[in-house]
Design a protein. Structure first.
Length: 284
């Protein structure tokens, strides 16, 4: 099996279990759950031997990550639209109704190696998304192709220097613009909106095409914020108003643009993907 990433542990003042120590050392597996799964599959070696979750890392160990051959054999038949790509990163379009990652084979993460050009750089890794999009949300997804670019892009999100813009269809009377400051899971959460179009609706009273900008990155933030001000997003089964939930048409939320400075070339990138046709049909 091919080794995709290698790490040498520094001297440690005390032993740390492999399942805890390995979190964060591999760019392609950033979570503890992912590390545990990789150990269980036998994809992590310690000094050329299969790693065990409870073994202690004390320093000087060579820790290696193997390629998951099961994913390669599946050769996931999922074509992704690639909007921008170089050796460091890529931006792809995720359709609504597709998982970014997870236990299922058909995910964006598993399909990336079959849709992107392999990076020619020394620290190339399996391409990884560096942020989230909900299953029901369509739009742009930023991908890292090297270990260093995954870290650098993650820092851009932490420093809030990547601007994400969404479009959504909301229900009910809305002001022309506004800011929503409402905590989620006890954490500060801030979004702003701009009303683009409005039409009367017999069932929903008003339907609005709005531009949404999240200034923090909480889970379901835009959906929760729109619901909080009384204007839930059309098709939101989880956060919508019970008698006004549209079923069977999907969620009307789309990640339309990404703006950021390339961390290596310093090029100013503005990547856009037009809103799906089902949005605009409501405002003809």
């Amino acid at each position: 099996m091919k080794i995709t990433e290698t790490h040498t542990s520094p001297n440690l003042p005390y032993g740390i279990r492999l399942s805890d120590y390995a979190v964060g050392i591999f760019a392609s597996i950033p979570t503890k759950a992912g590390i545990k799964k990789a150990i269980k599959k036998g994809l992590i070696l310690v000094n050329n031997q299969r790693g065990i979750s409870g073994q202690f890392i004390v320093g000087g160990e060579k820790i290696e990550l193997l390629e998951d051959e099961n994913l390669i054999k599946k050769n996931i038949d999922l074509a992704l639209e690639v909007l921008w790509e170089d050796d460091y990163l890529a931006v792809i379009y995720k359709p609504a109704g597709l998982l970014v990652s997870g236990n299922k084979a058909k995910t964006v993460t598993n399909a990336l190696p079959f849709n992107l050009k392999p990076s020619t750089l020394e620290n190339a890794v399996k391409p990884q998304p560096v942020h989230r999009l909900d299953f029901a949300t369509s739009g742009l997804l930023l991908i890292g192709k090297t270990a260093s670019s995954i870290r650098e892009l993650g820092k851009l999100f932490e420093d809030k220097t990547i601007q994400k813009t969404y479009e959504a269809v909301t229900i009910g009377e809305m002001k022309n613009q506004g800011t929503i400051n409402f905590p989620i899971d006890g954490k500060e959460s801030l979004s702003s909106y701009l009303l683009l179009k409005t039409v009367d609706s017999e069932r929903f009273d008003k339907l609005n095409l709005v531009q949404l900008t999240p200034h923090t990155g909480r889970r379901h933030q835009l959906r929760i914020h729109c619901a909080h001000i009384g204007n839930p997003i059309l098709g939101d089964v989880e956060h919508g108003i019970e008698e006004k939930i549209l079923k069977g048409k999907g969620l009307f939320l789309h990640a339309k643009s990404l703006e950021f400075t390339h961390p290596y070339t310093q090029e100013k990138l503005v990547i856009k993907k037009e809103t799906p046709a089902k949005f605009n049909k409501l405002f003809i």
